[in-house]
Design a protein around this ligand. Structure first.
Ligand SMILES: Nc1ncnc2c1ncn2[C@@H]1O[C@H](COP(=O)(O)OP(=O)(O)OP(=O)(O)O)[C@@H](O)[C@H]1O
Ligand SMILES: [Mg+2]
Length: 458
């Protein structure tokens, strides 16, 4: 069973039912003993009545006189009692109650109270009383007791069934109540991610194992948040600190180049250096942007724009770029409406997505920019006809420095000019617009389509 709540309910139901069953078994034994003891008392009372009827001279009586003195009494009680009187002296039974039909009640040597069975009568509870020189045996049918015990078993079985059902219901309800704090921990822990590390699990007033666990988890989140903040601060500060020395390196190199005092081979080396410095500066700028975006330290200058117009302008540049890369470009625009966004940031996103599509798709293939405004959302997608990205990697490509090779595996070499920050920047920008960005497979399962949505907050 997967759910701990169901397991707890099952254990509870089992424990409650077994306990009740044990009580019923003990109850069965006690009740039976009590009822049988009642029969023994009845038999004893009947014996006392017979002794009284026999009188004090009973020892001298013969069979006929005994019959005369107690026949009426035994007949009167014949529904309940079977009686015989055995004589040691005259070697035989002196008296049978009529319901015995001259058959002796079975004797068990050495026992005063015992159970016996007689053909045609059934089970009897027998009591044997010495009344020297006689033995008086009084027996009562056990039938009624057996019936009572059978009814007891039936009632107990029904009660056990009801108890099982009831305890399952109570168990489920109890385990739900008991596990509520665990569910709360589960929900909160699931919500906590790198973007909301400050959220904490609510800790209950009662000091118990669960609240201790919640406290421990909260302490772990404290440490995680601290480490995350340290990394963010380090990235921001390191990027910032690197900017100035890099500018100086670039300026010095440019000065050297302008002076014209270098040999052609040195000049070429310096050109390469300048290109690398430019690349490094770009990465640093991007890292700085990402750190600030994650720390929500960037405020966008949101202004209402018509997405259709904006995309028509962008498409002009996109077509030139596509032509330059030997690709085809198409813009499909649907819907009307105004959307608040920062033009140059969204342009940066689209350029990043286009650059990726150029990198991934084959020559002369089509890259489609699709835009639709409706239901309070501006939805834009860039789709290419390249190899696409395996489904399990489509979320990872938005992480920093993640770059995949053609087979969908992670690329570790520096490779071409890409740094693996493009999509992370896109996500940063779209999230600053309170939107979402994701990658999915292309229309006919071919290529990659990156979709972003921005709410029309006007
Ligand atoms: N359209 C696409 N088709 C196939 N793979 C893609 C596509 N877009 C992105 N990817 C994969 O996702 C990885 C990450 O993309 P991202 O834009 O973040 O980095 P990059 O393009 O490698 O470098 P940068 O954008 O920083 O120059 C890419 O390296 C590539 O493997
Ligand atoms: Mg890119």
């Amino acid at each position: 069973m997967k759910s701990i709540s169901l397991r707890l309910a099952a254990w509870y139901a089992l424990a409650a039912t077994i306990t009740l069953a044990c009580l019923f078994v003990v109850g069965y034994q006690l009740l039976q003993k009590y009822l049988v003891h009642g029969l023994d008392l009845l038999n004893t009372a009947e014996f006392q009545q017979i002794r009284a009827r026999l009188g004090s001279d009973y020892a001298t009586l013969d069979s006929a006189v005994i019959d005369e003195r107690i026949r009426e009494t035994t007949e009167y009680a014949s529904v309940l009692f079977y009686i015989d009187i055995d004589s040691h002296r005259q070697d035989g039974i002196l008296f049978y109650s009529n319901n015995l039909e001259r058959r002796p009640i079975p004797d068990v040597k050495g026992e005063q109270f015992y159970n016996a069975k007689m053909k045609g009568i059934g089970e009897l509870r027998v009591a044997e009383f010495p009344l020297p020189p006689f033995d008086v045996t009084v027996a009562t049918p056990l039938r009624q007791i057996r019936k009572v015990m059978e009814a007891y078993v039936e009632v107990c079985s029904a009660l056990l069934g009801a108890m099982l059902v009831l305890s399952v219901v109570i168990g489920v309800a109890l385990s739900r109540v008991a596990l509520r704090p665990v569910r709360l921990i589960h929900e909160t822990a699931r919500r906590i991610g790198s973007d909301n590390l400050s959220e904490r699990i609510p800790v209950g007033q009662v000091r118990d194992e669960i609240s201790e666990l919640a406290q421990l988890l909260n302490q772990m989140f404290d440490r995680l948040e601290y480490s995350f903040n340290q990394i963010r601060r380090f990235t921001a500060e390191a990027s910032h600190e690197l900017k100035t020395p890099l500018s100086l390196v670039r300026l010095q190199a440019e000065k050297l180049l302008v002076s014209g005092a270098l040999a052609p081979a040195h000049e070429e080396a310096l050109q390469i250096q300048l290109e690398e410095v430019a690349r490094l500066s770009r990465i640093i700028e991007e890292l700085l942007f990402l750190s600030r975006a994650e720390a929500r330290a960037i405020t966008l200058a949101l202004e209402p724009h018509d997405p259709v117009l904006f995309l028509q302008m962008f498409a002009q540049d996109a077509r030139v770029l596509a032509e330059h890369h030997g690709r085809q470009f198409a813009l499909i625009s649907e819907g009307q409406g105004m959307v608040a966004f920062e033009e140059h940031r969204i342009r940066q996103v689209l350029l990043n997505l286009l650059a990726n599509a150029f990198d991934a798709s084959p020559h002369e293939s089509l890259i489609t920019l699709h835009s639709s405004v409706g239901d309070g959302v501006w939805r834009v997608s860039v789709a290419d006809q390249g190899p696409g990205v395996p489904a399990d990697q489509r979320e990872r490509i938005f992480e920093r420095f993640v770059r995949l090779d053609r087979q969908g595996g992670e690329r570790t070499d520096g490779g071409d000019n890409g740094s693996g920050l493009g999509l992370a920047i896109c996500r940063g920008i779209i999230e600053l617009h309170h939107g979402r960005i994701r990658a999915e497979s292309g229309a006919d399962g071919r290529g990659l389509r990156v979709v972003f949505e921005i709410p029309c907050t006007l």
